[in-house]
Design a protein around this ligand. Sequence first.
Ligand code: GAP
Length: 517
Amino acid sequence: MAQQEDIFKKVVSHCKEYGFVFPSSEIYDGLGAVYDYGQNGVELKNNIKQYWWQYMVLLHENIVGLDSAIFMHPTIWKASGHVDAFNDPLIDNRDSKKRYRADVLIEEQIAKYEDKIEKEVAKARKRFGDSFDEAQYRATSARVLEEQAKRDALEKRYQEVMNAEGGIDLEGMKQIILDEEIVCPISGTRNWTDVRQFNLMFKTEMGAAAEGASTIYLRPETAQGIFVNYLNVQKTGRMKIPFGIAQIGKAFRNEIVARQFIFRMREFEQMEMQFFVKPGTELEWFKTWKERRMAWHQALGFGAENYRFHDHDKLAHYANAATDVEFRMPFGFKEVEGIHSRTNFDLSQHAKYSSKKIEYFDPEENTSYTPYVIETSIGVDRMFLSVICHSYDEEKLEDGQTRTVLHLPAALAPVKLAVFPLTKKDGLPEKAREIIDDLKFHFNCKYEEKDQIGKRYRRQDAIGTPFCVTVDAQTLEDNTVTLRYRDTMEQKRVAIADLRGIIEDQVSIPSLLKNLK
Ligand code: GAP
């Protein structure tokens, strides 16, 4: 685990050093949980978005795109339930004046019990060696059983307060924190305030500052922009159910516990798709979308063992099925995408609050109904994090040296081809530029002439460039170059005329989409 945490730290500093992700407003000491994407980060992020967009909108005849505004009528957030219920339970420590999410403090306490169990098991494994029977040890060790009982009792209490009738039991949460003797990590004391609900939406004002200005919210999800445009798209696009609307855009949440780099941010980006279906068919579609989304993730080639579903037992009152796609990050399996069967809740709420009829006339059944919705919702930044964490590698080479390389899927890599003149003279730079001028219309190329070739390779490895070519004296004679592959470091002599044919197919988004067949 410690080793994984080290890797995560290295990934974070690698992202900064190689122009992927910078802390926002860094020269002013940063802004909490807000990040900027640098010259390589923005390319990788755009490629991830393209991979999603092309899969959703180009490959599905019955899905169309949308780009709705971030600012929306404030009643939308009343109708959606965000004004009343998009809250986190918070608690303050009076001595450190630090604020925490009460649910996170309790979850961390549960994780502490789990850690103790794992440490006991690891010690025993070491002690007994090959003869160790782990299942039996877990079932019989007094220490393990004691910690497991504490963990299970806490989990049970936690679930009870989280799912209490009429909403989260805030007093019950505080009592757990006191009973478990949870201390503030800063002050080390148990001097806690009561637990209060805190709304996560950012507010601003539209119009003149004094009278007449109305409070509006920065959207906490892109989905509501889709719901309120359902009729516009369905009618103007003459869409027949089942059909979907896909959108990529920024979302904002005033997260209190904002940690783990770009995993939990205050300004982030979502890729959401609402799929409108006939009532009664939604659970079949939910299953279909689970399969399709998992296939999309796995087509990146990161290994099926790094993904899992986390099906929700407790559902929001408007949902009749929900699952998360989790990916193995260096800090454990974490949610990257949510797939929800949201019934007709959102459309019905907007019909009620806007007093507009929001229905679909089914010509086959000669009847009207409010469509049910399957939602797929994935965070671009979390996807970015999973891609970069999985791709980061410190590889030991035969000569004893280590190279840091990003084994990015070639279609997602920021730069596809780097072209190096062996030296800065004898017409080699001009020849290298000629190659780039020809290929830059087809994929992202980069020219590099500084330092020895070995160093240039390392710099490209560090940003995940799948192909490099070197132009040398022989190139001027026979129009061939040395092509070097990032992952195998294999080098071979190829004709300049063949470069496009060799590279283009492998670096295009369709090359990934074809894995989905
Ligand atoms: N419309 C449904 C919705 O917004 P969600 O589970 O709250 O559902 C969907 O968010 C996805 O958005 C998550 O799976 C995650 O990838 C991303 N996401 C949510 N909050 C985030 C945050 N604070 N920072 C980065 N990504 C976030």
